[in-house]
Design a protein around this ligand. Structure first.
Ligand code: FAD
Ligand code: SF4
Ligand code: SF4
Ligand code: SF4
Length: 373
């Protein structure tokens, strides 16, 4: 195939899905359905597949927006003034929520949940695409449009959540509402925030670089640092947990920071080194080199912050404005420090750790890609 030839879903299938790189972000299905073609759907395992091959126009959009084809990578990098090794950022802070209800359910400092609630209540957004707990470890992407819904979705979910499909479906509804002016008030969905892993946020940035729907209603992105996602069945059923003498029913919550942390109902924390969790990772994640969510408005993680604090990389002007507003309105507050010097030391420590984990992830991706060549 020539360099500038348009690729169809068949090419996406060969280059990404068959190659074991598909992270099930749902972006390809989203653009196809949002453009009213609906040639694609997600299969029962969450992988994209043809809904109706006859409908495919071979427009190439699904291939272009996929985070793992890198077709528009240079364009996105230049839009975000990307700098080696972890992208552009204006500042890195450690902060936490001031709302006890958020602190109780959040993974780290609850900055994400408090910021979204603040943005919604201040009218900066009409809703946020978040990951809601359906039952046990099953999650679904939803558009939360109230404080209660955002709160219900707090916490980290390390299983698969094909977010962008949800945006596509909503957008398709949104367009049909506009067209036939019935049902729902379409104004509600004019400004959406999306919380996502780097693969999900990169799909959105690829769509925005190409100016295609549904990305135009996404006005703010919160990017999670991401070492990997798990196949939850592997995590729960395999020897992995049992060999550590942990009863799966005793697990209260999970977190990934410097290592993988299981908090048990007794309050005991079990720390498992990153290297050891590779065996339960989703295979595509082991070949992925995205870590610091370089193209989000803000990137967040627990890495480098103390317990119950979130590390926040402020990347864009919009990110800076939203964080400044949330701090000014006291929805979130900075980690306490005795002096500016101490704050600079914290900042330096966080940046070093983020760079270190980004490099580790790149090396890991290279190793696993090499293995499958
Ligand atoms: C798959 C995954 C891998 C991660 N890996 C790392 C890591 O290696 N190192 C690190 O420092 N931090 C990692 N994080 C981020 C960390 O777990 C926290 O989400 C982050 O620190 C924000 O904490 P918070 O208390 O401010 O967020 P909260 O206030 O608890 O809000 C979290 C938000 O993220 C949304 N969310 C949860 N799971 C998903 C998902 N799977 N996809 C999209 N949105 C989701 C929730 O709906 C909620 O809106 C990871 C998160 C996920 C989901
Ligand atoms: S119509 Fe375009 S976006 Fe849809 S499957 Fe075909 S090539 Fe992909
Ligand atoms: S766009 Fe997302 S769901 Fe589609 S092939 Fe790429 S990674 Fe998989
Ligand atoms: S490691 Fe994270 S960013 Fe990479 S494919 Fe997996 S979920 Fe997506």
């Amino acid at each position: 195939m020539k360099e500038n030839e348009i690729r169809s879903f068949d090419d996406l299938y060969a280059d990404v899905i068959e190659a074991g790189l598909c992270s099930k972000c749902g972006g390809c299905v989203s653009v196809c359905s949002a453009n009213m073609i609906v040639a694609l759907k997600l299969d029962e395992n969450g992988f994209p597949t043809y809904a109706d091959k006859e409908l495919c126009l071979a427009c190439g959009l699904c291939h272009m927006i996929c985070p793992h084809t890198h077709t528009v990578r240079e364009e996105v990098k230049s839009r975000f003034n990307w700098k080696d090794p972890i992208g552009q950022y204006a500042d890195v802070i450690s902060a936490k929520t001031t709302d006890p209800a958020v602190a109780e359910v959040a993974t780290d400092g609850g900055v994400v949940t408090s910021l979204l609630i603040h943005m919604l209540e201040a009218g900066h957004i009409d809703g946020a695409v978040v990951s809601m707990n359906i039952d046990g470890y099953t999650r679904r992407a939803v558009v939360a449009t109230s404080r209660e819904e955002i709160l219900l979705a707090a916490g980290s979910h390390f299983g698969e959540v094909p977010h962008l499909e949800e945006v596509g479906e909503k957008y398709a509804n949104y367009v049909s509402v506009l067209k036939f002016s019935c049902r729902d008030n379409p104004q509600k969905l004019k400004k959406l925030a999306v919380v996502g892993t780097p693969c999900q946020i990169t799909s959105i940035r690829n769509m925005q670089a190409l100016a295609i729907v549904p990305s135009d209603i996404i006005t703010f992105t919160v990017g999670l640092f991401c070492m990997q996602c798990f196949e939850m069945s592997n995590l729960m059923d395999k020897e992995f947990i049992k060999s550590r003498k942990i009863d799966p029913d005793e697990i209260e919550s999970m977190n990934i920071k410097e290592d993988f942390i299981l908090t048990l109902k007794s309050g005991l924390k079990v720390h498992i080194p990153m290297k050891e969790i590779e065996e339960i990772a989703r295979p595509a994640c082991l070949k992925c080199d995205y870590f610091a969510n370089d193209y989000a408005d803000i990137s967040v993680g627990g890495l480098g912050s103390p317990e119950k604090h979130t590390t926040v990389m402020i990347r864009t002007i919009r990110g800076r404005l939203m964080i400044a507003d949330a701090l000014a309105k006291k929805s979130i507050k900075l980690r306490e420090s005795r002096s500016d010097d101490e704050r600079r030391v914290y900042r330096h420590g966080m940046i070093s750790l983020i760079e270190d984990y980004a490099a580790r992830k790149e090396a890991r991706a290279e190793k696993y890609r090499e293995r499958s060549r």
